[in-house]
Design a protein around this ligand. Structure first.
Ligand code: DI6
Ligand code: FE
Length: 408
């Protein structure tokens, strides 16, 4: 019952007695010490200090006993859907072979391509589902999933359909990315330009016709596609109204990040070999830098992404698992946060922003998710921790208490 002058707002759920790391810009972590969150129809109605909150009448009230609540985590760069595994390649690398040698000899990405082409949609779904469960167990509520292990039309469509199916059948938001230009398939060996034209032409046409992709990505690298080939794919994507993003400057510097920025890319990812010209271009365009410490670690790289230059020029930095069988068989966003701090010297606050607010921007979803603010979707992670820095500090420990997706 509402009394005259003090209106009571109806909500579905009310979380009380919580500490909030809203990640809204302003105070460190956007922290609120004695906070409440109210949600209705999957959206945040109010998030902030208890003593400033309106009166709520809630269907369900949850006492958080002082736990911390962050935005639901966002893994903005994964290759979650693929066939087989690459444990044998790991053994070869431990006998001295390098990642690039294995790739050039027809192993590497191409061995996963064979396994993915031969796998049924159900088998791909089942194996990706297990990896997704690991992400969700650490608070992930949004995941980006790329194709790129089919490298021919039907198999690329198959991967994207599986990714879309995950979004329909699991309590998680899925954004899909068409990465047909991930590697040159065996059928086009030595003819990367012809294959890139196929990707930009009929393959993209088919992907767009089925509405299977939210964005288009490419691997711009000596062992994959040149900047000219990348530009051809991006031009075609933009003509279809699709966002673009790029694997750039991972193993060498071809100037891919600068190209991506100039073409309005949402993000450029990896970036170990990025130079200041590329950093400035990204800052100017608002292109997010997605750093992937799992791949850096697993390939035992020594060249680090230029974090200091990114900070200096105000580039937004996001973090992701890059979950894939070859360079980052990693499905732990918490470990990614720790690695970003230990290996790349991000602060724990930057690391948390990297898997929330900044990851949302890397997907073009900054108005919908990534911070705990009224109007955004109610995607939350509730943690048994005493301070937010613990999320990046611990190694191999999961303090998740509850994961809320879409208000539930
Ligand atoms: N860069 C990577 O690290 C992954 N893809 C890419 O473009 C590796 C993919 C793989 O080795 O399977
Ligand atoms: Fe990747």
């Amino acid at each position: 019952m509402s009394k005259a002058g003090s209106e009571t707002l109806l909500c579905d759920r009310l979380w009380t007695n919580a500490r909030l790391a809203t990640m809204a810009p302003g105070a460190p972590y956007g922290a609120v010490e004695d906070g409440v969150i109210a949600a209705r129809d999957g959206r945040i109605l109010y998030a902030g200090p208890r003593d400033e909150a309106p009166a709520f009448q809630a269907a369900i009230t949850i006492d958080c006993a002082g736990r911390w609540i962050t935005p639901g985590l966002i893994d903005c760069h994964t290759h979650l859907v693929y066939g087989g595994d690459r444990a044998h390649e790991f053994e070869l690398r431990l006998q001295g072979a390098t990642y690039e040698e294995i790739a050039r000899a027809g192993g590497g990405i191409l061995s996963t391509v064979t396994a993915t082409r031969n796998a049924s949609e159900d088998a791909l779904f089942a194996s990706a589902d297990r990896r997704l469960a690991a992400l969700m167990a650490e608070g992930v509520t949004t995941v980006e999933i790329k194709s790129g292990y089919g490298l021919e039309q039907q198999a690329e469509l198959k991967q994207l359909r599986v990714a879309r199916r995950i979004g329909r059948e699991r309590p998680v938001t899925v954004r899909t990315t068409f990465l047909g230009a991930h590697a040159v398939p065996p059928e086009y060996k030595g003819r990367s330009g012809d294959y890139a034209a196929l990707v930009a032409g009929p393959m993209l046409e088919a992907v767009a016709a089925e509405g299977l992709a939210d964005a288009v990505d490419a691997f711009c690298e000596g062992i994959a596609f040149s900047t000219e080939e990348t530009k051809g794919v991006f031009d075609a994507a933009k003509a279809k109204g699709l966002a673009v993003k790029l694997h750039a400057e991972q193993l060498s510097n071809l100037g891919g990040a600068k190209l991506a920025a100039e073409m309005g890319a949402l993000s450029a990812d990896h970036l170990e070999y990025l130079d200041e010209t590329g950093v400035i271009a990204m800052a100017k365009a608002g292109t997010v830098a997605v750093v992937l410490p799992g791949a850096f670690y697993f390939l035992r790289e020594t060249q680090k992404p230029p974090i200091e230059l990114m900070r200096k020029h105000g580039v937004t930095i996001a973090l992701a698992t890059d979950a894939n069988p070859g360079s980052s068989p990693l499905t732990s966003p918490l470990l990614v946060m720790n690695m970003a701090c230990t290996l790349f010297r991000l602060t724990p606050e930057e690391a948390l922003a990297g898997v929330t607010r900044n990851a949302a921007k890397a997907l073009g979803l900054q108005d919908e998710i990534g911070t705990i603010e009224a109007g955004k979707r109610c995607d939350l992670a509730i943690w048994d921790i005493e301070r937010p820095a613990e999320l990046a500090y611990r190694i191999g420990f999961n303090p998740l208490h509850a994961r809320i997706w879409n208000g539930q």
